[in-house]
Design a protein around this ligand. Sequence first.
Ligand SMILES: [Zn+2]
Length: 132
Amino acid sequence: MASIDRAENMRRIRSKDSKPELAVRRLLFSLGYRYRLHARKLPGNPDIVFPSRRKVIFVHGCFWHGHLDCARSHVPQTNQAYWGEKIGRNMERDENSQRKLAEAGWQSLIVWECSTRDMDRLKESLIKFLGD
Ligand SMILES: [Zn+2]
């Protein structure tokens, strides 16, 4: 059944994302920001939610979410069409979620997996996005 496959697939994607997501959460916490996790009622089920600021953060794996011009998003030579289509669908879904969030008055920030390697820079962009 297609819908079950997709749910299973999304779970796998999420578990792939969990390590960078934890790094972002730890950083946010150390900066004094408080948040909620996985607001299932919001479009795209954002990873980190700041209800009073009406802001959300998605932590995206570079491969699964098609980070442009990123070494980690390189599609394997074998089954290129298969992966291309799968990742294209994810990118489309991400775009839709962000549009719906914006329409509902939510600002969103994408934190890419690869950006968690430079915590100082990530810290700056989080503070810039969230404010004081
Ligand atoms: Zn990347």
